[in-house]
Design a protein around this ligand. Structure first.
Ligand SMILES: [Zn+2]
Length: 228
């Protein structure tokens, strides 16, 4: 087992797997499991939890997935994103690797997009990849399979757009119409304030990328005296 280490100015990211490989803050661990469905209830006005807590909803009133809290237990599930930590990074504009404030210049916050991506692809597009600090950008580029051929960009404005989440519907059994269960869709982009949102379980927070500039990450690293 690897013990999570709180962020400090001298140690990043929060956890190093087997003492070497950094584990991004938003990466899920095998000990962390989505248990939302256990207490989820379907109401006429939307979804609720049987024993709902303030932390189950975001500032806009949207309901979110619930995970068992075993951060750092087991092995990193490299391809899975932990819902609550992704949301926290996006709400606070924290770096997705070290959970400290993301890099921000006059061109805006630093993001990476899986390539090939053009300015037109990114401008006005909802994005679920939290920003990065300059020091961690090479780590994210190296670790995340879909970011290896990434494009670095900065966004001056990044208002909250909505969520990547699962639509929950009631499903009746054909054999026994009295038996009802909840059916969960594959995650999709859902805008905040839409008719669907009350019936969606949020998984990742999306921000809309606005006033985007493509930047040369290696040049920025060199200018800051950092190596890729
Ligand atoms: Zn960082």
């Amino acid at each position: 087992m690897t013990t999570p280490v709180p962020p400090t100015a001298y140690r990043r990211p929060l956890v190093e797997w087997r003492g070497r490989r950094p584990v991004p803050y938003i990466t899920a661990w095998s000990g962390e499991v989505d248990v939302s469905i256990n207490d989820l209830r379907y109401g006429a006005r939307g979804l609720i939890y049987a024993n709902e807590l303030p932390s189950d909803r975001d500032q806009r009133g949207g309901l979110w997935e619930r995970w068992v809290d075993d951060y750092g237990t087991g092995e990193p599930a490299w391809r899975n994103v932990h819902s609550e930590r992704q949301r926290t990074c996006m709400e606070q504009m924290w770096c997705q690797v070290c959970a400290r404030p993301a890099s921000r210049t006059h061109k805006g916050y630093l993001f990476l997009a899986g390539g090939p991506a053009t300015l037109g692809d990114m401008e006005g597009t909802p994005n679920g990849q939290p920003p990065l600090c300059l020091e961690c950008a090479p780590t994210a580029r190296k670790l995340c399979p879909h970011l290896r051929e990434s494009v670095a960009f900065r966004a001056r404005k990044a208002p909250v757009w909505g969520v990547l989440g699962s639509l929950i519907a009631l499903e009746r059994s054909r054999l026994n119409p009295e038996a009802v269960r909840l059916r969960r869709s594959v995650p999709e982009f859902v805008k905040d304030g839409s008719r669907e949102r009350p019936f969606v379980l949020g998984s990742q927070l999306l921000r809309e990328m606005r006033r985007v500039t493509v930047v040369d990450l290696d040049a920025e690293l060199a200018a800051a005296g950092l190596t890729a």
